[in-house]
Design a protein around this ligand. Structure first.
Ligand code: SF4
Length: 347
């Protein structure tokens, strides 16, 4: 890296962050466990969305021991609506590893912390720098955008190995005595000032040292090749209620998308199993049926097109039937919560 403004850049960034940082709940602590939870929640999720989840999570699991011991359904309930549920399962597995292998203390070096379940290079660096003030890189999309502009890096950020270039750049730039403020400053700058479109360069504390600003076209960076093609799936969702008022539910498989969450039965409209054959197999006799909601739910590379139906049924001995109170305790993905709200409103 041939960048002449290392000292000035560090100083301006750290000073700006300390003066302008947003007041966020996880910025009131240096407890590595709490920083870890916040960083995991913030992956792929907006800050505004995370705040109430983080506060509720900390009320229920204020220490790593309590998280490690939590029953999985209770834990998933705290994540309900945040998506990417493997994050919280890995978090719990990681907390258990800390208890078993490190006496309950989150490791303070990259070698050990990176062995924990779900802790990748970014999360490791974020915990080490924010909780322990260690000069370690923590490169996410915001950081890559800021540094691609400041240092004029033209490599495609959609290619995984490009990240290494940015990690090396942070290693050279990072302020060794203010690693926490430096890394958080880069992230904050990307979130508030150096945004993907229309960066607010005139408000930027590092404008003087920014190559893209000086060359006049910051929006051309970072270079990012096209996204993966979106896959579309279509489902009929059946909300079956028996004579006792109970609802038929099913648990998703142990692995994969939304693993182990609960849902109303989903019929893939392209599969061999039709609504009729499903009902027959479950010995469900439908007495009345009406349409509920039709909507689409978008995941990162997948869209579900959903039609949902309410069915009044004659009781069946097969399957998992739950009362309303029991359903309220089950962790469910967002599309199911939406349908469940509609069912309760229609009562
Ligand atoms: S000057 Fe503009 S492009 Fe450069 S870091 Fe600041 S906001 Fe980003």
């Amino acid at each position: 890296m041939n960048y002449p403004y290392v000292t000035e850049f560090r100083h301006s960034l750290v000073e700006w962050f300390n003066a302008e940082k947003r007041d966020l709940p996880w910025r009131h602590t240096t407890d590595p466990y709490k920083i870890w939870v916040s960083e995991v929640m913030l992956q792929q999720t907006r800050v505004d969305t995370v705040i109430p989840y983080y506060n509720r999570f900390m009320e229920s699991f204020p220490t790593l021991d309590l998280l490690a011991e939590a029953p999985q359904d209770y834990l998933l309930k705290h994540w309900e609506g945040l998506g990417y549920y493997s994050r919280v399962r890995n978090l719990q597995a990681g907390a258990r590893e800390v208890l078993e292998n490190y006496g309950g203390v989150v490791p303070d070096n990259r070698h050990e912390i990176s062995k924990l379940k779900g802790v990748g290079p970014y999360t490791a660096g974020a915990i080490l720098s924010i909780a322990y003030n260690k000069p370690e890189h923590a490169v996410d999309g915001n950081v890559m955008r800021v540094l691609s502009r400041v240092l004029n890096i033209n490599e495609d950020i959609a290619v995984p190995k490009t990240k290494k270039i940015f990690e090396a750049a942070v290693e050279e730039l990072i302020d060794p005595t203010n690693a926490s403020s430096f890394n958080q400053g880069l992230m904050e700058l990307g979130a508030l000032i150096c945004t993907p479109t229309s960066p607010k360069c005139l408000l930027c504390p590092v404008r003087e040292y920014c190559t893209a600003f000086n060359e006049g076209e910051p929006e051309k960076l970072p270079v990012k090749s096209k996204k993966m093609k979106m896959k579309h799936l279509s489902y009929n969702i059946l909300v079956c209620q028996d004579e006792q008022g109970r609802f038929l539910m099913e648990q998703r498989p142990e692995e994969g998308l939304l693993a182990k969450l609960w849902q109303f039965p989903m019929i893939d409209t392209t599969s061999q199993i039709t609504e009729e054959s499903f009902l027959k197999e479950c010995f469900i006799n439908v007495q009345a049926r009406h349409e509920l909601l039709s909507f689409k739910h978008v995941f990162s590379h997948l869209t579900w097109h959903i039609n949902s139906y309410y069915m009044k049924c004659k009781s069946s001995s097969t399957g998992d039937w739950f009362t309303q109170e029991q359903i309220e305790q089950l962790p469910m993905p967002v599309p199911m919560l939406k349908i469940w709200e509609e069912v309760k409103n229609n009562k």
